[in-house]
Design a protein around this ligand. Sequence first.
Ligand code: RP5
Length: 168
Amino acid sequence: MSNQKKVAVIMGSDSDFGVVKSAVKRLKDLGIPVEVHVMSAHRTPDRAAAFAAGAEKEGFGVIIAAAGKAAHLAGVLAAHTTLPVIGIPIKSSTLDGLDALLATVQMPSGIPVATVAIDGADNAAILAAQMLALSDEALAGKLREMKASMAAKVAEKDAALQAEVEAL
Ligand code: RP5
């Protein structure tokens, strides 16, 4: 059996999946095994707690938790595990996600949640990959390639801009 750690992507509602799927896609593109579930801190609190408590034994290395409104999901999962938990505040209310951002990021001392931007699913996946890459050199190599390709794209855009400016 492979000892490659999995990432759990948990969302408070299936209505969050439109945002969350870019994290799932990024993890899959990096070759990281991923499990995706709907679980709510409010509607299924026992299931959420049990999942987090068993996650390390099940082979997970990082948990990503996405939720909107009064977003307690990431904090509740973090309360039941010592695995790193990354929170994605989802913009799903009249408060434009500010409610979820504060609920996710403002954890009391002792139970951290590494919180990304509102709807920042892609960064959540990259951060999870960086955590797993601490003990996975092949994955670290893929992340280096990804950064190099990002830098090359910016250089291309800069060159195109120079040509446009020159033509003015
Ligand atoms: C949160 O409430 C979910 O994470 C979602 O962002 C929001 C709305 O959920 P639904 O009413 O669409 O199921 O718990």
